[in-house]
Design a protein around this ligand. Structure first.
Ligand code: SF4
Length: 505
């Protein structure tokens, strides 16, 4: 990976001559079949009301959106690179790694707590494959990117192919879903496969073949800054004249105000003349009959998603194991989680999933047996100190950590038999407080740390240790400063910094 990184930094591309023979995005226009706005045939259950049927309307939509984007787009790092980097291969590589260009461990440290727990690993696998199997060349179409690179899904593939290689292919992310569902009044569950397919068809039909990368970014930008979830700025929207949800709201408002003013009394007893889907009742893209249009929501009637499943409740016992380091400084044991599954590859205090219905005494015994090998000495159950509980909600799990601490009396590594027992254990490290803070640990473990720290302070009253500035670990004196809230200042490299040629090259 260092080869790949150095190559990117040097400005030579991923290999000698990388990118040669490839056209710039503006010239290379490999079109997908739907770029002229011709959608695949609509099923009987999906009315044309939810599509863009007229090429002239598609043209106008593109023109309005891109004019707005040219004027209002935000200044984001990858946009600068896309505009200034002439090597398509390097543009594509940067697109694969937006905002971060380091490898698994470093990526995990930099991203710790952001929720991107397995992406560092997949990013590394994809980059390794580019170097070892694809001769340093990024695949140049959305189809190949998705087929050849691990961890690259439809969205990432479409974004790289359109932005870096100029392929006329759409992208669909959460922002685009919101915009499309509103402009075409798509109220069926947007997470269902059938609706998702239709949204991809729409995105592919709308994308501008002359500026696919800009068009896709404009759609995402519109969703992020104007067509926001709760307070969309419809008056400022560049595509409001194409938006059926907006049109419906305007008609309702007009009807209500005419009624209020007593105008057109004869027609005011009737519902406003709102364009409806011809297949209402049987259309699989309309709002469901069980949850029809709600006037109080306005355009935020769209999109709709099926109710999320409640996260399941789990309990885990966690032990903060402390020893004195070589210079007498406190050190804490962290172990690495398995390379797959929840929080893959991240570090944590030794932890043990607790079965349902365990009493406190049984929890203690189970945890003690789990940490015994690391302790290197026989530990009486009473030495395990209960610190408190920490709750953390992952996307699908409501996790409660039951936190204990254990202060060891002697260096566990000196204990007889310690090394043999360690052979069975996952990777582990003894770290100082400052090292813990910058390790690849999850937000949940940082919460565990804070609970321990708070209890230590309470135990010492207003003692000196509590007054000491957080992160001012004496073993790290003079090194990187820790922020007041215990976090480290951001170390993430910008793309500019990453791609800057090393001195002497
Ligand atoms: Fe979204 Fe309003 Fe624009 Fe429609 S008019 S796309 S609802 S911001």
């Amino acid at each position: 990976m260092s080869k790949l990184r150095a190559a990117a930094r040097s400005g030579r591309g991923l290999q000698q001559g990388a990118g040669e023979g490839r056209k710039s995005p503006r010239r290379c226009r490999k079109n997908v079949s739907s770029h002229k706005g011709m959608l695949p045939p609509v099923s009987a259950q999906q009315s044309a009301y939810h599509l863009f049927s007229h090429p002239a309307e598609i043209e106008a939509f593109r023109k309005n959106l891109l004019a707005w984007y040219d004027k209002c787009k935000r200044d984001l790092p990858w946009r600068k690179l896309a505009a200034s980097e002439s090597d398509a291969n390097r543009r594509a590589y940067a697109g694969l790694t937006p905002g971060c260009v380091s490898w698994e461990q470093e990526v995990n440290e930099l991203w710790a707590g952001l929720g991107y727990y397995s992406r560092g690993k997949r990013l590394q696998e994809a980059a390794q494959k580019v170097v070892s199997e694809l001769a340093g060349q990024m695949p140049a179409t959305a189809e190949e990117l998705q087929r050849l690179l691990p961890g690259v899904g439809r969205y990432t593939a479409g974004a790289i192919a359109s932005i870096s290689y100029g392929q006329a292919t759409g992208v669909v992310d959460g922002n685009v879903i919101r915009v499309l569902c509103r402009v075409r009044c798509i109220g069926a569950d947007s997470s269902s496969p059938a609706v998702a397919d239709r949204l991809w068809d729409l995105a592919n039909a709308l994308v501008d073949p002359a500026r696919p990368g800009d068009f896709n970014q404009a759609m995402m930008e519109l969703g992020a800054t104007v067509c926001t979830p709760r307070a969309p700025l419809c008056m400022e929207c560049p595509v409001k004249q194409h938006c059926k949800a907006r049109c419906r709201v305007e008609k309702e408002l007009e009807f209500a105000s005419r009624r209020l003013l007593g105008k057109a009394a004869s027609s005011c007893s009737q519902a406003p003349d709102i364009e409806e889907c011809a297949a209402t009742g049987s259309c699989s893209l309309c709002l469901p009959a069980s949850e029809p249009w709600d006037s109080s929501l306005g355009v935020a009637n769209f999109p709709r998603r099926a109710a999320k499943k409640q996260p399941r409740a789990e309990r885990t016992a966690t032990c903060v194991l402390e020893r004195r380091g070589p210079r007498g400084q406190p050190e804490y044991l962290i172990v690495q989680r398995p390379s797959s599954g929840l929080l893959a590859g991240l570090w944590e205090f030794p932890s043990l999933a607790l079965g349902p219905g365990l009493k406190e005494k049984q929890q203690r015994e189970a945890l003690l047996a789990h940490v015994q090998a690391w302790a290197g000495e026989a530990v009486a159950r009473g030495r395990l100190r209960h610190v408190g509980e920490v709750s953390h909600v992952f996307s699908h799990i409501h996790q409660t950590y039951v936190v204990y601490s254990l202060l060891l009396g002697r260096d566990p590594e000196m204990a007889s038999g310690w090394r043999d027992e360690m052979l069975e254990r996952p990777a582990f490290r003894w770290v100082t407080q400052a090292e813990f803070q910058k390790s690849a640990v999850s937000t949940a473990m940082k919460k565990v740390w804070k609970v321990c720290e708070r209890q230590n302070c309470e135990g010492r009253g207003s003692g000196q240790g509590c007054k000491r500035k957080r992160g001012a670990d004496p073993s790290r004196a003079g090194q990187r400063k820790v922020e007041a809230d215990g976090s480290l200042p951001p170390r993430q490299l910008s793309l500019d910094a990453f791609l800057k040629a090393p001195a002497g090259e």
